[in-house]
Design a protein around this ligand. Sequence first.
Ligand SMILES: Nc1ncnc2c1ncn2[C@@H]1O[C@H](COP(=O)(O)OP(=O)(O)OP(=O)(O)O)[C@@H](O)[C@H]1O
Length: 625
Amino acid sequence: MVTELTPLWISLKTAGLATIATFILGITAAYWMLGTQSPWKLVIESIFIAPLILPPTVVGFLLLLLFGKNGPVGKLTAELGFTIVFTWYAAVVTATVVSFPLMYKTALGAFEQVDRHLLQVAQTLGASKRYIFWRVLLPLSIPGIVAGTTLAFARSLGEFGATLMLAGNIPGQTQTIPMAIYFATEAGAMQEAWLWVSIILSLSLSGIVAANMWQNHYETRVQGRHSPVIASSPSAHPSIGAVTVSQQEPGQSLPFCYPEQRKNAPGIEVKLQKQLAQFTLDVAFTAQGETVGLLGASGSGKTMTLRCLAGVETPTQGRIILNGRTLFDSQRNINVPSHERKVGLVLQNYALFPHLTVAENIAFGLRHLPAHRRSIRVRQQLLLVNLEKMGDRYPHQLSGGQQQRVALARALAPEPDILLLDEPFSALDTHLRHELEKQLLKTLASYQGFTLFVSHNLEEAYRLCQKLLVLNQGKLVATGDKQAVFDHPNTLTIAQLTGCKNYSPIQPIDRHTVWALDWQCTLQTMAPVSSSQTHIGVRAHQIRFLDSFDQEHSPINTFPGWVVWTSETPHRMTVYLKLGKPPLNEDDYHLQAEVFKEKWEILRQRPQPWPVCLEPRRLMLLHPG
Ligand SMILES: Nc1ncnc2c1ncn2[C@@H]1O[C@H](COP(=O)(O)OP(=O)(O)OP(=O)(O)O)[C@@H](O)[C@H]1O
């Protein structure tokens, strides 16, 4: 049996060209779909997917209407002096159309898998959409795209029905392997049919096996590789080895100092509203070259505020002015894109680019610099965060604390006007938190811009920031110097959000005396009581235990207190107390007091009740809300 091999070449030629076309069209369509807000999105998506679910003969029929001599494309090509129908080009067209949905869907799935935070951070590092596509989105989608390309090739190779209708079965011209199989079987030439079946099976299966093997290999390299998977342009890869240590070494030479408010530092003025389906953010504040803590319960709008400042979220209305530069103004229709805002963003999960080394991550925002200066800056940033030996590592080869420092170095490298830190310590253990807090303080000491630090942790915010903003359900309920915010919370909500655990409704008795309804006691206050104040509060660590109880000579606001139950931490004891009379059960308590363990060891020896003093200067009179 001598078999003419042209079906093999025609199949390879048409499938190869169709795969190239599908690759370009599928990725372009997927990328467009990823970013579009078009109301026709669903309809367009259905059209993209249709060739996958329609019978091939229907696809062929529709293509015939389009490319036939009376169809719009057919007429156009006729005018240009050629026809597509019944040529091998027609086989390329049909193979492209039927394999397109596979490429499109797989590429879209791969794009959607890429962590959105990576793309947002890339924007804040000054990268354009195009740069982000080539440098972040595409490299991170490679396994999906390879899978899509393989499937598209296999599908193109196997296309039969639509090709038969549009290209026909012309031996030596349009006859592909599937047609050769069909017509060999029809003619009873089973050996020939078997040969073609074996060829197409080997081609398709070996393609899929090769793609799977490559994918496994790729994933192994991504999880534990030592060299980049995707070759990037040399300009984007600074050669940090070329920099000598005689360069400035900020990490070593910087004297440690608390980041004082910088007198001549530029400022930020923020007034913004963001309306969401179930939530409204409404904040206004100003700050100048200082570290400001943004405190608030979960869901109070801290991250949303940060996102609006970073430009990855558009406020519904308002104004953001940074160093005299308007970043956003709804009235003047100004919305500076994220990549032009000069903001540094450090997220909870750090969002390091997993396919780039530490040095490449830091260099990401330094594309505008010439290679040697970029290399120096990367080196400086590595020194600043004490990671000078880690430049060649990949993020997965770093500990959580090291990753956090890389994220900080990356955000600071382009010298942003504003540094936004979204709970950067939340993923770390207590020891590391403290270490990195010290590191952050040192780093911020050399940073001239304004820092907004989001945290749930009151003590952390207190240690790191000079000024505090307290958010409650989307509204700023307190702003000001941290000590003032903690000492004079003003409202019940601020007291609670700043960690006050003891509060009771009050009835005023005179200008400096109230009846605390929940605690069942009369209290003298240092501050005068106003009629609009509805509650009184005292912080747990400010409750005093006196040595002895003397009705005559005890300080004012001293009451007998019984311990209801206790809760222990490594260094402190929380003591739940009932004032005035013994508790009925373990839920019957008035106050929580916190004492160090040493004090507790002394207290616990004493007979109850203990003299509990709520000093007038420690009592906070609170407005509602
Ligand atoms: N894309 C969104 N669409 C609709 N609502 C959203 C969206 N993003 C956030 N929200 C809502 O906005 C509110 C504020 O969210 P945000 O993430 O700013 O809170 P947060 O204070 O940072 O909370 P946490 O401390 O838990 O991170 C929440 O009620 C949240 O459900």
